[in-house]
Design a protein around this ligand. Structure first.
Ligand SMILES: [Zn+2]
Length: 232
């Protein structure tokens, strides 16, 4: 019994040098000071393009990153993954995020799919990212006037949900393929409302950790996500 206890302590300390482990099998963060905002796509990669408004996902994600940064104000050190229309490979984004400790990463996207589907979605993989993912999805859902056929909160192994060594969540702020939602997303006032909800979710996570976000998901052991794995 004592021997087993000792072993589990040793294993735990080996698995999490310096409080970090590659799996993220621990409760979500509280009291973090740095927020990395990753505007999805950029440069040669436009992401989704709305056939209703002509807007490109890469421009909307950068706009959202800037709005979320301003909504967070001075209470966090906010790092933008990109500041302009620049292409950054997904693995480079992961490497850049891993330079920062005591941080969370929020990757910002807009969605595309069948024309009847609308509403925000949130993707996470790590156990330590579940609470923030729940808060982000709740906040965006409250700001969004309608949802239809969307997947809400999804646990999925993506390069930006599995590979970073810090808590990380990927948000899809709405469907550019939905005629009504796409026009709504074109309205800066709606994007500001979404940004405020996202910033509030981050603030709440920093203040109270996972409290009120339900039971933690079970640990999952999977290798890092590769470009050939799945859609991202
Ligand atoms: Zn995207």
């Amino acid at each position: 019994m004592r021997y087993l206890f000792l072993c589990s302590i040793l294993l735990a300390s080996c698995a999490a040098p310096g409080g970090r482990d590659e799996w993220g099998h621990r409760p979500g963060p509280k009291g973090f000071k740095t927020v990395i905002l990753d505007a999805g796509h950029g440069g040669k990669d436009p992401g989704a393009i709305s056939r209703h408004t002509g807007q490109e996902e890469k421009d909307l994600t950068l706009d959202m990153a800037r709005r979320i940064r301003s909504e967070l104000g001075g209470s966090f050190r906010t790092i933008l993954m990109r500041h302009d229309d620049e292409f950054i490979d997904l693995d480079d984004r992961v490497a850049r995020a891993n330079r920062h400790g005591d941080a969370v990463l929020v990757s910002i996207h807009f969605n595309s799919g069948p024309s009847h589907v609308r509403g925000p979605e949130t993707y996470y993989w790590r156990v330590d990212s579940h609470g923030l993912a729940v808060r982000l999805q709740r906040g965006m859902t409250a700001a969004s006037p309608a949802e239809q056929g969307n997947r809400s909160l999804v646990r999925r192994r993506l390069r930006l949900t599995r590979n970073p060594e810090i808590p990380c969540v990927l948000i899809e702020c709405g469907y550019l393929s939905h005629p009504v939602e796409s026009r709504l997303i074109a309205d800066p006032a709606y994007r500001q409302k979404l940004a405020a909800a996202i910033a509030q979710a981050i603030r709440t996570q920093a203040a109270i950790g996972d409290a009120g976000t339900g039971p933690l998901p079970r640990p999952l052991y999977e290798p890092p996500s590769r470009p050939t794995d799945a859609r991202e």
